[in-house]
Design a protein around this ligand. Structure first.
Ligand code: CA
Length: 657
């Protein structure tokens, strides 16, 4: 049973253990209500647990209290006073070894997160937060992936110095004075959701250190506490909570929903609060007893164990309720389980209404991980078992359009790839035409994208694949055209849409493919580029507006695939298809769409289907309306560009006009 004071994995892998110690209460952690404060932790094999209280983050212990064991492995102590604002940790004895640990269930913590904080959460609400609500769900989900520090680190953001790189930057109104930046810019862009890279408390940035540090934040320390380095005061644990809420409120006030990037697949270090509280329970092990490493970060959380699943599901619900978040993106979801993802979906739907909160994730791991028995990994190949409301990043569409993410020279269809036409015609249905190796239930499960924080920016990938060793600061017209065609392509595929911040202004990281701990200067959004590449920004803006108007492309039902007809390969690099664009309500200006991708290097003359058509987008302009003369039977699509035409309702074929 025991090995050097630790329990071996076989104890925990035994389902009897979970049965015996399963605790479904939602009250773990520290709670102060009125004149009392209750501390509860789950540690079924502990021999003793002592609470230590501190007046602040750095002072000596001021009070101690032994916890008493209750049922189901829960330990508890109650104080007859409201301890809001006090800091605390535990001394836990397991297998004769005593360890100090912060509270895995803490909702507040001090600088660098090693002391937990007792928080009366109502006292952390900014003014008006109780009436804060998400803006209404729009016809389409267009998700913008953003890192909190990237957003406002650039001086040209115009954000005041003390707010640059912080939660507070999102609360600043008109900022730069010359052209829209930050929130003003996002509002004009028209995205419906902002997806923020991890902002629960992570370990890789010293919160007491200087502001020039940078990390993406995929290294969780305290899962239910916001990161401190984004707060204006890292020492008072209240500030990070309040300012994080202010940020979310500011998004809502500006009509944008907020998705949180959550990393439940591993912890920053294997010596985590989990490990100190219940040694061995929270991690997967290989047969030889060593930790599995499907995350490539040194450890894998053992999703599939009852109290691990409870922790993750409760944590998601906590963020949704307490912080009013509108969606969750699961890092390396393939290391979590189908059962857990579906459970979270059900719980979110029951609490907030069906589909109200977005859920999607990476349907892969970095490596294999030994799953618990009786569960399915939430991998792409298992997408058919996932609830329709759980989406997956679609790497097939991504790689098809711009080429492989790791091999910079390998092209996709927009940058010189060949033989991809048939695949592209599957992609337009969100891979729902039953002709692929994975089987989404509907395109609601598909997140279409061509760039994210991982790997090269789209601009850098295109520059490298089209120009080899190149000058990333240079303006390449052919890259610009390829970028537009890439955007046009995924914006006209069924499914949800996702873009990395700055994709729409040719964001470059100078060819750096993994900037997770590079300087903020490499990572930050350079706002001047929104003007320099204003033409590209406008192109995206038009695509966003256009997409929202198209019921045929926005349809997420399992029947949406039937709207796609007349799929044709017209030549090398050239395909076309039609979309039944009628809506249930019968409104909308175009009953049918005709979409052509011309990735070839020559212009293409395409036969128009019958009817009266308008050009709605081409390689230069998006969301335009240019009538095609009724006598025209053909249309010219420029090289390296896409075209969308709409057939006007008034002249529907076969119906009296
Ligand atoms: Ca931190």
């Amino acid at each position: 049973m025991r090995d050097n004071g630790k329990y071996t994995d076989t104890v925990f892998a035994d389902k009897e253990f979970d049965k015996k110690f399963l605790y479904n209460g939602k009250d773990l952690g520290a709670r102060c209500e009125g004149e009392s404060t209750t501390f509860k932790v789950w540690s079924p094999l502990a021999e003793s647990i002592k609470l230590r209280l501190y007046r602040d983050n750095d002072s000596e212990v001021c009070l101690e209290s032994e916890l008493r064991p209750e049922d189901k492995g829960v330990w508890k102590t109650v104080f007859p006073e409201n301890l809001h604002g006090m800091y605390y940790d535990y001394l836990v004895r397991n297998g004769g070894v005593e360890m100090s640990t912060a509270d895995p269930y803490a909702v507040g913590c001090g600088c660098n997160g090693s002391r937990s904080m007792v928080v009366d959460l109502r006292r952390t609400d900014p003014p008006g937060f109780e009436s804060d609500a998400a803006p209404e769900m729009q016809a389409e989900q267009i998700i913008y992936e953003l890192h909190i520090k990237d957003f406002s680190y650039d001086l040209r953001s115009g954000v005041p110095e003390e707010y640059r790189g912080k939660y507070k930057a999102f609360t600043v109104g008109r900022t730069n004075g010359e052209f829209p930046t930050c929130m003003e810019y996002l509002k004009e862009l028209g995205v419906t959701h902002v997806h923020l890279l991890p902002f629960f408390d992570y370990g890789s940035v010293d919160e007491a250190g200087d502001g020039g540090q940078f990390n993406w934040g995929y290294d969780p320390l305290n899962f239910n506490v916001p990161e401190g380095s984004y707060a204006t005061d890292t020492r008072d644990g209240m500030v990070r909570i309040r300012e994080c809420k202010e940020m979310i409120q500011a998004f809502h006030d500006n009509g944008i929903r907020v998705v949180m990037d959550v990393v439940y697949n591993h912890t920053y270090r294997k010596d985590s609060w989990f490990q100190r509280m219940v040694p061995g329970y929270y991690y997967r092990h290989k047969e030889d007893g060593s930790l599995s490493n499907g995350s490539a970060c040194g450890n894998d959380i053992a999703a599939g164990r009852a109290m691990v699943d409870n922790f993750i599901a409760d944590s998601v619900m906590y963020w949704a309720k307490e912080y009013h978040l509108d969606g969750f993106r699961f890092d390396l979801m393939g290391l979590l389980t189908v059962e857990l993802m579906n459970r979270i979906r059900r719980e979110l739907d029951a609490e907030f209404g069906e589909g109200e909160k977005l859920m999607y994730g990476e349907p892969w791991g970095a490596d294999n991980s030994p799953m618990e028995t009786g569960v399915r990994a939430a991998l792409k190949e298992n997408v058919r078992y996932l609830d329709e409301g759980v989406g997956i990043f679609c790497d097939d569409t991504r790689d098809l359009i711009k080429g492989h993410v790791f091999y910079e020279e390998e092209p996709g269809i927009v940058n010189g790839g060949s033989g991809l036409e048939e695949q592209l015609l599957h992609a337009v249905t969100g891979w729902c035409d039953g002709e692929t190796y994975f089987s989404p239930k509907s395109c609601a499960q598909i997140i279409n994208y061509v760039s994210a924080h991982d790997n090269f920016t789209l601009w850098d990938k295109l520059v490298m694949s089209m120009h080899g060793e190149a000058d990333f600061a240079k303006r390449y017209e052919d890259v610009l055209a390829a970028n537009k065609l890439a955007a046009f392509t995924y914006f006209t595929c069924q499914g949800k849409l996702f873009l990395q911040a700055g994709e729409e202004f040719g964001r470059t990281k100078s060819g750096e493919g993994n900037s997770y701990c590079s300087s903020p200067e490499i990572n930050m959004l350079r706002w001047d580029r929104t003007v320099e590449y204003g033409e590209l920004v406008d192109y995206y803006k038009g695509l966003i507006r256009l997409r929202k108007k198209m019921p045929g492309l926005c349809d997420k039902s399992p029947l949406a695939v039937k709207r796609i007809t007349e799929r044709q390969v017209l030549g090398e690099g050239v395909v076309s298809f039609q979309v039944d664009n009628r809506s249930e309500s019968g409104d909308g200006d175009w009953e049918e769409l005709f979409i052509i991708y011309n990735a070839a290097s020559g212009n293409c003359d395409v036969e128009l289907p019958a009817g009266r058509w308008e050009i709605l987008a081409d390689g230069r302009e998006t969301d335009c309306r240019r009538a095609v003369a009724e006598t025209e039977k053909r249309i010219c699509v420029d090289a390296h560009s896409g075209m969308m035409l709409g057939r006007c309702r008034c002249v529907r074929q076969g119906e009296p006009g």
